[in-house]
Write a protein that binds this ligand. Structure first.
Ligand code: ADE
Length: 251
C-alpha cells in the first residue's frame, strides 16, 4: 500500500525539493510513497485570491484566514494524521516518525506569516509539531524534515544496515564514532580495537563510546538511557570507579 503525503502550502513549487533525491527520492520513484502538494491559494474565494489578513487586536504581520485553510483541509483530510508545523508545537521525535510511518500517510499544514487563525486549529485539532526552539520562515522546510524522517522508515526504503542505527537512537544513545580507510591519516590512527577482528571487543568499544558521547553531550538522553538500561557496562563501570576513586563514605 502506498504511503500518501499531502502538503498544504502557499509554495507548492518547493516540493518535492530535496525529497526528490537520495533515499526518499528513490522511494518516491518506486511508488513507495506519493506526494500531493496542495496550493492553499486555490481555496481563496475572492478576485485577489486573498489567503491572509491583518490580526484583530493589531500588531505586526498577517494571519492566514480560517475559512481558506479549512476549505483546503476539507479536500484532503481522511484517516491520516494531520500535522501543523509550528514553533509552538510539541518537539518532533523519532517516536513521532515511527508513528507516522506506521500510518497510511500524513497531511501536513505549512503556515506562513504570523500564523494561522486559532479557530481553524481548534476546529480541526491537528497535531502541532515543532522541530526545535528556533523560528523558520514557514513550515515547508519543517514538513520536509518530518517527511524525510518518516519515509526512511517505510518498508522497503532502508537497507538492513541502516535499521541498526535506528535502533540505537530509539535506545536513547547517540552514535559511536565511525572510521574507514586509511588506517592512519595525518598522523591519526583508527582505534586499534576496530582493526582487531574481535567482534565482541568491537561491540563493547562502540557501546562504551556511544555511552561516553551521550553522557557528555546529552544529559537528557543519558538519563533516559540509564532509566531504561540499569545494568549498562559503562554505567556500572563508572559507578564502580566513582566508588573506588571517592573518599570513603562519599556517594
Ligand atoms: N515553522 C516555523 N518555525 C518552525 C519550527 N521551529 N518547527 C516547525 N515548524 C515551524
Amino acid at each position: 500500500m502506498t504511503w500518501r503525503a499531502s502538503v498544504l502550502t502557499l509554495f507548492p513549487e518547493m516540493f518535492p525539493g530535496p525529497l526528490a533525491h537520495s533515499l526518499a527520492g528513490r522511494a518516491l520513484a518506486a511508488g513507495i510513497w506519493t506526494l500531493d502538494p496542495v496550493n492553499i491559494r486555490d481555496f481563496a474565494h475572492d478576485r485577489h485570491r486573498t489567503v491572509d489578513d491583518t490580526p484583530f487586536g493589531g500588531g505586526p504581520g498577517m494571519v492566514m484566514r480560517p475559512d481558506v485553510i479549512d476549505a483546503a483541509l476539507a479536500t484532503v483530510v481522511d484517516d491520516r494524521p494531520t500535522v501543523y508545523l509550528t514553533p509552538r508545537g510539541r518537539r518532533f521525535t523519532q517516536a513521532d516518525a515511527q508513528r507516522y510511518a506506521a500510518a497510511s500517510g500524513l497531511v501536513l499544514l505549512c503556515g506562513r506569516y504570523e500564523g494561522i487563525d486559532e479557530r481553524v486549529i481548534d476546529a480541526r485539532a491537528p497535531e502541532e509539531i515543532s522541530l526545535g526552539d528556533y523560528v523558520l520562515s514557514g513550515g515547508e522546510l519543517a514538513a520536509m524534515v518530518v517527511l524525510d524522517a518518516a519515509i526512511r522508515l517505510l518498508p522497503g526504503v532502508m537497507g538492513a544496515a541502516d535499521s541498526a542505527t535506528e535502533e540505537s537512537f530509539s535506545q536513547h544513545l547517540l552514535e559511536y564514532p565511525h572510521y574507514t580507510r586509511p588506517a592512519e591519516w595525518q598522523g591519526r590512527r583508527v582505534p586499534e580495537v576496530l582493526l582487531s577482528g574481535h567482534h565482541g571487543a568491537v561491540a563493547a568499544w562502540r557501546r562504551a563510546e556511544a555511552e561516553r558521547i551521550t553522557r557528555a553531550r546529552r544529559p537528557d538522553l543519558w538519563d533516559a538511557y540509564r532509566a531504561a538500561t540499569p545494568a549498562s557496562p559503562l554505567a556500572s563501570a563508572t559507578a564502580a570507579n566513582a566508588h573506588v576513586a571517592s573518599p570513603a563514605g562519599a556517594p
